[in-house]
Design a protein around this ligand. Sequence first.
Ligand SMILES: Cc1cc2nc3c(=O)[nH]c(=O)nc-3n(C[C@H](O)[C@H](O)[C@H](O)COP(=O)(O)O)c2cc1C
Length: 321
Amino acid sequence: MFKIGKLSLCSNIILSALAGVSDLPFRLLNRTFGASLAFVEMLNVRSLSYKSKKTKGMLITNVQDKPLGVQLLGKEEKYILRAMDILKPYTFDVLDFNAACPAKKVVRRGEGASLMREPKELKKLLSLVVKYASVPVTVKIRAGWDCDSARDVALQAEDAGIDALCIHGRTREQGYHGRVDYDSIRRVKKALRIPVIASGDILSAELAKKMVDETGCDAIAVARGCLGNPWIFQEIESIFTRGKPPERPSVETIISVMSGHLDAYVDFYGERIAIIKFRKFFSWYTKGFRRVRHLRTRASQAKTRGEMRAVIEQLNDNRGQ
Ligand SMILES: Cc1cc2nc3c(=O)[nH]c(=O)nc-3n(C[C@H](O)[C@H](O)[C@H](O)COP(=O)(O)O)c2cc1C
C-alpha cells in the first residue's frame, strides 16, 4: 500500500501523466494490469477556463477509472483558481501541479519546467493550490533546468504543504533523452519528509527495481515503458514482491490485448478517430518484433476497424520476436 496524504493506493506503481496518450481507454487498460493511480491528460489552466470541447473530452471518466488524478499546467493565479473552481464538480482524488513540462511553448510562458528556475514562485503557486484544494496535492518536477537543482526546489515545494512530490530525473535541457540522474532523485528523497515518486527510464521491471534500489524512492511512475506494454505493471509488481518478473506475454496475448484496446478505442472515439489514434499504438505494441515493417505500413494506412484488426492478426504469422 502507498499513501498520498489521505489517499490510499493499492500499490506504489503509478501510471505517469502522459499528455496526448492518457485517455480513458488507455487508463482503464493499464489499470487492469496493475497501475494503482492514473491521471487525465495534463490540463492547461487557461484552456480549462475557456472550457474547449477538447478539454471537456479529456475529462471524461467512469466508475472503474479510480483513483484518478488531474494535472494542472499554468502560472497565473487567476487562471489556476478558476480552473480549480471548474474542476469542483469532478471527483478527482489527487491534484498534481506541473513544473516539469519541457515544451518550448510552455517554458516560454514561464510555465512547466520553467518554474524549476523560480522555486520561490513555485512555492507560492503550490501554497495557493494547497489552500484551495480539497484533495491531496502533489507536484511534478525535473532534476533541474540545465543542471541539478532538484533538492532546493523540492524543499520549497514541501514547504508549501504538498502531500507528495514526483520527480523526473532529467533536466529540462535533456528533455526525454540521456541519462537519468539517480543521484538527484536520491538527494531529494533524503531531504524530504513527504513521499517521493520517481520517474525516468522505468522501461522494464528491472529498471523499476533499479530506480527503487538506487534512490530509495517511495513509488515509481511508469511512462514510456507502458506504451504498447501494459504488462509492465504486473511485471514490476512481481519483481517487487517475488524478486523476479513473470514470463513476457505470448504473441497470442499481445494480439488479444491489442484487439481489446482497438475495440475500446472505436467505442470511445468512433471508428475514424480511433483508427488514427491506434496507429501509433500498433508501432508501440510491435516494438522488438521482427519482420513487421510492412505491417506497420499497412497499419498506418488502415482506415477501418476491420482493416486494423486484419493487420493485428497478421502478427501471428510474424512470430519470433
Ligand atoms: C508522450 C508523453 C507525454 C507526457 N506527458 C506528460 C504530462 O502531461 N505531464 C507530465 O508531468 N509528464 C509527462 N510526460 C513525462 C512522463 O510522465 C515521464 O516523467 C517521462 O517520460 C520520464 O519517464 P520515462 O523515461 O520512463 O518515459 C510525458 C511523456 C511522454 C513520453
